[in-house]
Design a protein around this ligand. Sequence first.
Ligand code: P6P
Length: 338
Amino acid sequence: MNKPLGITVSRHILDSQRLHPQATGELSGLLGELIVAAKTISAEVNMAGLADILGQSGRVNVQGEKVQKLDELANSTFKRRMARCGYLCVMASEEEDEIIPVAEGYEGKYTLAFDPLDGSSNIDVNVSIGTIFSIHRRRSGSGQGNVADLLQKGRNQVAAGYIIYGSSTMLVYTTGEGVHGFTLDPSVGEFYLSHPDIMMPTKSKYYSVNEGNHRYWSEGMRRYIEYVKEEDKATHRPYSARYIGSMVADLHRNLISGGIFLYPRDSKDPAKPAGKLRLLYEAAPFAFIVEQAGGRAITDDGHEILDIEPSDLHQRVPLVIGGRKDVEVAEAFLAGKR
Ligand code: P6P
């Protein structure tokens, strides 16, 4: 008896496309090119310890963060491949101050914002890291895109996803029709459907936050974190703390097992009054994914992440994201209502 054929991500994308007779196949083509870039980065990440691409490159990026060699490799891999994919008009990267043009003659109708390797400070200690991407339809007419094509609210995203380079490499993405996870079989170089229709538990058992920032939080945030440490009336247990310091790893675990992740504004760094995480290529793509999985994503003053009109490519936002019920309780504490 033949083993059932695994559903490859390419097959899954085409099946989704077939549901839309008006589809031109361009989004499918774009996602296909993204997947090739992801496989390339996965191979590099898995070899990092051996191929002398660990450690720091000596550069500092637009965020003022030391750029790891693998960061640069991931960024250039994405830029080179996607600039000539023929489906994009403009790109933005966490590693680049300004917008990234596509190759002349290869302009398309979508935009791409990406964090090539989030959590890169964990590279040298072999902790899971990831790539995050967000796709919009261009607003401008034709030719090279512009910053206005990128500065669209998350609610308008056409697709969003991440690749997590961990014990296995997984791709998780949504095009607005549910969230689906694929695991890379390195022996054949294919992503196979392993987590169809991911739905997030509305109430969970994990909370993810950097408690080292406790003294810099608002009173409401401090009270919420005290609350999750009390015995839950139903389970008679407090939440468990789970914080890796790699957003893709933390949010992937919470998406699959349930959990709330918080990175609120804090008074620690006057240069980052809105917290640390970036809207365009971190909070907005994850908010799209989590909402599609039945969860919710807000700022620490109750604004829906997906409704924020971006004003800057690298704009930071406070983020509270997770199961719907968990986020509602956190929202009440943060608003001083509990
Ligand atoms: P902290 C990694 O640098 C990152 O941008 C996210 O991946 C992660 O969630 C966060 O920063 C960790 O920040 O301040 O807790 O070390």
